[in-house]
Design a protein around this ligand. Structure first.
Ligand code: FAD
Length: 424
């Protein structure tokens, strides 16, 4: 192990020899120009595998603390410029204070914008694209040691938006924003599994953002968190798809401090305090977990869930909880939702590496008929051939990264393993 520590959950020890904590863009330029050998950007360490690692120098931009800037030059297309290492929760709070919002968030507000968008991090919502779909501009330090700008609409931008840290260190991003909105979060219990299997797309499309929690073997689905937009969705009914609304918050899913959850029980509040599952001011759990996630076309949701459920007795002993979410189709080459409305099947495992490592290929075999794609930042066992079968634009992305970084400075073992960069 080098000096760079471990991932947030302790699931990977970084092998990097050095870590540069940049406080300015100049620091990043200097680090890329002078570091010997390979370099790679590190975000807030919330990935679970070696995607962010390098055998050379890690560079993090989470210490660049410039103020965001709202741009209303084009009133129909408001945007915000933000430092790339800013955490979603901090940016969300800043936007909310000024009456603005992002279209969605992931479950955790502590994750950096650049690191999240680099892996196609998503929340839920049948009409909500992943976080990377909000990107309109990326400023990055490339392999040549210079600052570059890429804009949505330019050729190849769709390859850079979910870029796996494979071509540079992003220092600033511009994101689409919209006027702020309120959300209420209601918890439902008691939905029969058979109903879920036959109605998954409808359930996930029934409110702004819906998250279904299960341990696969329980007789009725454990909990559903229905996050509805005030004035955007119909008010939540007391009974819904065979499930019943809890009047209060229901924190049974949380390992640790139940106050870590954003308010439930139907209490309306701003988007940035309801769409993430966890509060910015709290640590969600002690991090003793491993995560995996697979993306399948929404049109085969029921069959894919049934295939995983058939493994339920093998899965449950090692599982903390699974979460099912919707992600709208997009055109970002390496997004889990590229070209297809998507069901995301997520697993939070106990931190028991050996049984989890043994189980993943079984789950992946069960999901193979549905062309499941893995979440780039979570544990999976896909190699380059398996990725090529499910990611039709991986070759285009690899060619783009190779063109931008012909000497392979941003190459790491993970990118080689999944075929996003080429061996040299
Ligand atoms: C508790 C928890 C909850 C999570 N919830 C969700 C969720 O709701 N939805 C979801 O989809 N995922 C979720 N994730 C996964 C997480 O969002 C992704 O793994 C994400 O990529 C982590 O971002 P990070 O800032 O920690 O980046 P890191 O893990 O540090 O790095 C991830 C990738 O981003 C690249 N990168 C980081 N910074 C930069 C930069 N400045 N320039 C270029 N590339 C960069 C790295 O090189 C690497 O390839 C969760 C993870 C945890 C631990």
């Amino acid at each position: 192990m080098g000096d760079a520590g471990v991932t947030w959950a302790g699931t990977h020890a970084f092998g990097a020899a050095r870590l540069v904590e940049a406080a300015s863009v100049d620091d990043v330029l200097r680090a890329v120009r002078t570091a010997p050998g390979r370099v790679k950007a590190l975000g807030t360490r919330h990935s679970f595998n070696d995607i962010a690692d390098t055998d050379g120098t890690l560079i993090t931009v989470t210490g660049i603390e410039e103020q965001p800037l709202i741009d209303l030059t084009s009133p129909a297309w408001p945007t915000v410029n933000a430092p790339a290492g800013m955490r979603y929760g901090v940016l969300g709070r800043w936007l909310q204070k000024r009456g603005w919002a992002l279209h969605n968030t992931g479950s955790l507000p502590h994750i950096s914008v650049a690191g999240a968008t680099a892996t196609g991090t998503h929340g839920s919502g049948a009409r909500n694209g992943c976080q990377s779909t909000a990107l309109c501009r990326i400023e990055y330090v490339g392999a040549d040691g210079n600052l570059h700008t890429a804009r949505a609409g330019q050729p190849g931008f769709e390859g850079l938006a979910v870029g796996l840290g494979a071509y540079g260190v992003i220092t600033e991003v511009t994101l689409s924003i919209q006027p702020t909105y309120d959300i209420r979060q209601d918890v439902y219990t008691g939905m029969p599994w058979e109903h879920l299997l036959s109605e998954t797309p409808a359930i996930l499309a029934d409110a702004y953002s819906v998250s279904i929690f299960t341990t696969w073997t329980e007789p009725t689905v454990q909990q559903i968190w229905r996050k509805s937009g005030i004035g955007l969705d119909v008010a939540p009914p007391d009974e819904w798809h065979g499930a019943v609304r809890s009047p209060e918050s229901d924190a049974r899913l949380v390992d640790g401090d139940p106050d870590a959850l954003t308010p439930q029980g139907g209490k309306p509040g701003p988007w940035n305090e309801r769409l993430p599952h966890f509060r910015l001011t709290h640590v969600p759990s002690n991090g003793a977990e491993i995560q995996s996630e697979y993306f399948v076309p929404m049109e085969v949701a029921g069959e894919a869930l049934a295939a995983v459920r058939a493994l339920g007795e093998r899965i449950t002993p090692h599982l903390l909880v699974s979460e099912l979410r919707a992600v709208a189709a997009d055109d970002l080459w390496l997004s889990g939702a590229y070209g297809r409305d998507t069901l995301a099947i997520h697993f939070t495992w106990e931190r028991s590496p050996e049984p989890v490592r043994a189980l993943l290929p079984e789950i992946e075999r069960a999901l193979e008929p549905f062309d499941a794609r893995p979440h780039w930042g979570k544990w999976h066992s896909f190699d380059a051939a398996a990725i090529a079968r499910v990611h039709p634009r991986i070759g285009d992305a690899r060619d783009l990264f190779e063109r931008l970084d012909p000497a392979g400075r941003f190459v790491n073992d993970y990118l080689l393993r999944v075929g996003a960069r080429q061996a040299r």
